[in-house]
Design a protein around this ligand. Structure first.
Ligand code: GDP
Ligand code: IMO
Ligand code: MG
Length: 423
């Protein structure tokens, strides 16, 4: 496998974790480069379900190296717990298979509290964040008042910087009507997490460049999805990092010309969790999928909003990310349907749109134009190769790949490793 950037082509939860786990077999190193523990990547191995939040999904294959790059925001207490949880499940997590960037910014309790308070204040206009403090943490990074992993490993320096930051943030919290946080308690909890994480922390840029020189192959694990990108998504209903392909470079220090391909992961339909425009949203489809016990968030447990496949959105994701190949997951979710809708265009007033408008208010007004395809009405979860799929499922996949403008590489018909069809 060459160096591959894997991105979500929709609104997150496309099944990236499952595809990463599958592709890791051929990779040497799996790299997370943005986002934080707002991500929830589900991987099922041998009947056991793992949900990864900050640790790359590659960790489930013991011979592979995992890197958390500089572009990620890390809640040290949460990541220390995640490591403990994995170890309790007999997954190897040592400095031989996990490295964390010293430049990664920290998510602190005041970021979480501010996230919660800002959402509360917004009321009906809330973003529907995961309340993991992601927005405020990236905000501090951009404002150049953030604390980083390197700070955490220097107790005296960290204590002094944290004290100063907490004075300011406690004043803000008070003004928002929330209780201030206890400086001593926060300092102690973070320094303890810092001790647990110290063996993993280092210069990941140098590590990755040495690995490049040695010809080791890398898989960049995207978190969230294209339309949650801070620049290209449905702003302000987005997350606070660049979830698109460029984020893999800035968030890891691996330059663009060392990347060989971009794989876009998408569901055979669309889901979104949190608020914001969603042109193809469909209540009936939501009811059907929820009734099957599917589409509940891996991080917050919220029911995901569901809708038909949106080729307008995915085509645009293809442009922004430079998607060469696609992996379509959850095909089996559509097994029971007599007919399936695919959105090919939007109508905005009298205009026909080929790409989504940038302004979310306009996107909210867009009416999807559908093409209706016949369903296959047969189970697909046992298919091992493309030819095993019902003819109509094959046609559906070909059609959505065609509309997406990229080559169909993988079709997934279940959450397990062996429910993956490679074309
Ligand atoms: P991620 O955030 O992109 O990694 O996706 P999530 O893990 O949040 O959500 C995807 C969900 O779909 C998880 O529950 C996966 O186990 C599941 N999944 C992935 N691919 C398939 C598939 O082809 N079929 C079925 N039934 N489930 C799948
Ligand atoms: P993975 O990696 C789906 C959504 C939240 C909210 C918005 C902002 O599992 O695909 P944030 O907490 O980031 O400030 O929330 O982004 N969101 C996700 N939706 N999958 C994710 O990650 C998400 N991470 C954030 O629901 O709408
Ligand atoms: Mg997820």
């Amino acid at each position: 496998m060459s160096n591959t950037i894997l991105v979500g082509a929709q609104w997150g939860d496309e099944g990236k974790g499952k595809i990463i786990d599958f592709l890791t077999e051929e990779a040497d190193i799996v790299v997370r480069s943005q986002g934080g523990n707002n991500a929830g990547h589900t991987v099922i191995v041998g009947g056991t379900k793992y949900v990864l939040h900050l640790i790359p999904s590659g960790i489930l294959r013991p011979q592979k190296m995992c890197v958390i790059g500089n572009g990620v925001v890390i809640d040290p207490v949460a990541v220390a717990k995640e490591i403990e949880g994995l170890r309790a499940a007999k997954i190897k997590v040592t400095k031989e298979n996990l490295m964390i960037s010293e430049c990664a910014h920290l998510v602190l309790p005041y970021h979480r509290a501010l996230d919660e308070q800002r959402e509360r204040k917004k009321g009906k206009g809330k973003i529907g964040t995961t309340k993991r403090g992601i927005g405020p943490a990236y905000g501090d990074k951009a404002a150049r008042v953030g604390l980083r992993m390197a700070d955490l490993l220097q107790p005296e320096l960290f204590t002094a910087k944290l004290k100063q930051r907490m004075a300011e943030n406690n004043a803000v919290l008070k003004a928002l009507g929330a209780a201030p946080l206890n400086v001593k308690q926060v300092t102690a909890a973070y320094l303890e997490a810092g001790k647990a994480l110290a063996p993993f922390v280092g210069n990941t840029v140098v590590f990755l460049h040495e690995a490049l020189k040695a010809g080791r192959e890398m898989l960049f694990e995207g978190a969230q999805g294209t339309f949650l990108d801070i620049d290209h998504g449905t702003y302000p209903y987005v997350t606070s990092s660049n979830t698109t392909a460029g984020g893999a470079c800035t968030g890891s220090g691996v330059p663009p010309h060392r990347m060989d391909r971009v794989l876009g992961v998408m569901k055979a339909y669309t889901t979104r969790v949190g608020e914001g425009p969603f042109p193809t949203e469909n209540e009936e489809l939501s009811r059907m999928l929820h009734g099957m016990g599917r589409e509940f968030g891996a991080t917050t447990g919220r029911a995901r909003r569901c809708g038909w496949f949106d080729a307008v959105a995915v085509r645009y994701a293809g442009m922004i990310n430079g998607i060469d190949e696609i992996a379509v997951t959850n095909l089996d979710g559509l097994d029971g349907l007599e007919s399936i809708k695919v959105c090919t265009h939007y109508k905005l007033g009298k205009k026909t749109l080929e790409v989504p408008p940038s302004d979310f208010l306009q996107l909210e007004k867009c009416q999807p134009v559908y093409e209706v395809l016949p369903g296959w009405e047969r189970p697909t979860h046992e298919a091992k190769k493309f030819a095993d799929l019902p003819k109509r499922a094959q046609e559906y996949l070909r059609r959505i790949a065609d509309l997406s403008g990229a080559k169909l590489r993988i079709a997934s018909v279940g959450p397990n490793r062996d429910q993956t069809i490679v074309l």
